[in-house]
Design a protein around this ligand. Structure first.
Ligand code: ZN
Length: 476
């Protein structure tokens, strides 16, 4: 099993609305991990994409007066555009309406066929959730997540024998063979399994689906449940279903397989997806990292409240790295966090403009004045960064983005104090040496920053090579 490769994926958002900062957070978090693993010399494959086969997509398209294909394509492009907008390094972007995905879904369906059967069923379906709910999940007869009444459905559909995998799945999660981070989410998954797993409905009539979705192989009267197909993207993006070389390289023969998701879709990823893989006799992912939600100015983001924050607006106003910085530093990686313009601008001002930006400008100005170049090494600077680097690495191995940034900012603080103490502007004997140490410290900072603020990191490196550029973070 190779340990020099790394596969990481984000969840696939629905294309029934424009991207908001919740998904931006997930992309940025996954990007930091991907970039960090590349910096360790691993061969990384990072995938993202869009989930397009749901009922809510076809309904939203009808409401918008567009064909589902046109509607899905239009919205999918906005999600794909986040790559450039947020400077995210994903290697592939898969749409669940692509042929390569459909082929993989068909192949996996056949692999699971021994666990698939047909039966008459009656249940309450929430289109918002794209899943059946139980009476006990409802609050005043409504889906608590979407505040709407689920539809009563009575159909003959295909079912997957989820119950069969209860014990095996529990053991794998319990022993961290499929590791769920953080621990609270692991316990939540175990508690869900302990309630007892029932077989799940994995198809719907083509009629109810309005003809939209992937056909059940050899039964065109039925469409596959969009959740059952969507999670398969994690392997269809690797070519499962077509040539399979990447699948072999990054799934079958690779030790490091990580999914990044939001807390709302834990059950799909901790239960349904791994059970499907067990049925198909395929290895499970190794790690599931679960982040929280972002509120906006203290409230859940919603169209009706008018507080939905667009990553496009934010980046156009402040630039990409300040946006990346805010989400990684201010939002706790595994808990809920809040976005507000005030907090954003405070972070910008304090940490970026006055903190990092000021240090870089100050050191470079002194270096220019005293004609000092970046040295090959500096024992003093290395002594400043050793401890912080250990903290940084530990934090990143545990998906603790904020802690890793705090470690970098500790170095910034140390360098600031060092300059204040040594006062190189007084041009004493050691002035040049002090500035050399600072330049080397900046080089170390730039390297550590790369996964987080790639553009800023690159600019610092260029400046250290004597290439001039504008201030890093102009004051707001
Ligand atoms: Zn719902």
């Amino acid at each position: 099993m190779a340990n020099d490769r790394f596969y990481i994926s984000t969840a696939l958002p629905y294309v029934n609305a424009d991207p908001h900062i919740g998904f931006a957070l997930e992309l940025i978090q996954a990007d930091v991990i991907a970039r960090y693993q590349r910096s360790l010399g691993k061969e990384v494959f990072f995938s993202s994409g869009t989930d397009e086969n749901g009922l809510k997509i076809s309904q939203a398209a009808e409401a918008a007066g567009l064909s589902v294909e046109e509607f899905a394509k239009k919205h999918s492009e906005k999600f794909r555009g986040l790559k450039e907008l947020l400077n995210v390094s994903f290697d592939d972007f898969i749409r669940t309406t692509e042929q390569r995905h459909i082929k993989a879904v068909e192949k996996l369906w056949h692999k699971c066929e021994k666990d698939i059967y047909k039966k008459k069923y009656k249940g309450l379906y929430c289109v918002g959730c794209e899943q059946f709910l139980k009476e006990k999940d409802l609050v005043n007869g409504l889906c608590p997540e979407h505040n709407r009444k689920p539809e009563l459905i009575e159909e003959e559909n295909y079912f997957f024998k989820l119950s069969k995998y209860q014990k095996q799945l529990r053991g794998l999660i319990e022993r961290d063979e499929y590791k769920i981070v953080p621990e609270t989410r692991k316990n939540e998954a175990l508690a869900f399994i302990d309630q007892g797993l029932e077989d799940i409905c994995i198809s719907r009539s083509a009629e109810r689906a309005h003809g939209w979705g992937i056909d059940v192989p050899s039964d065109k009267t039925q469409k596959i449940w969009c959740w059952w197909d969507a999670v398969i993207n994690y392997i269809s993006a690797l070519g499962y279903g077509s040539d399979g070389q990447k699948f072999k390289k990054f799934w079958l023969e690779n030790e490091n397989r990580v999914h990044v998701i939001g807390k709302g879709i834990l059950t799909f990823h901790s239960v349904y997806w791994p059970a499907t893989l067990l049925s198909a006799n395929l290895p499970l992912p190794k790690t599931l990292f679960v982040h929280g939600y972002i509120t906006s100015e203290g409230q859940k983001m919603s169209k009706s409240l008018g507080n939905v924050v667009s990553p496009y607006d934010l980046v156009h106003k402040y630039g990409v790295d300040p946006v990346r910085y805010f989400f990684l530093r201010e939002i706790p990686s595994t808990k809920d966090g809040d976005f507000s313009y005030q907090k954003f601008e405070e972070r910008y001002d304090c940490d970026l403009a006055k903190g990092l930006g000021n240090l870089v400008a100050r050191v470079l100005a002194l270096a220019k004045k005293l004609d000092v170049q970046l040295p090959v090494t500096s024992q003093t600077a290395l002594s400043f960064v050793t401890e912080a680097k250990l903290k940084y690495e530990k934090a990143l191995q545990g998906f603790q983005f904020s802690e890793a940034l705090i470690a970098i900012w500790d170095i910034i603080g140390t360098l600031d104090r060092f300059i204040e103490t040594e006062k190189p502007w007084e041009q004493k004997d050691n002035a040049k040496k002090v500035i050399q140490d600072c330049l080397f410290g900046l080089k170390e900072i730039a390297e550590l920053l790369e996964p987080f603020l790639p553009q800023t990191s690159e600019r610092i490196v260029q400046e250290l090579k004597g290439q001039k550029s504008a201030p890093l973070f102009p004051r707001l």
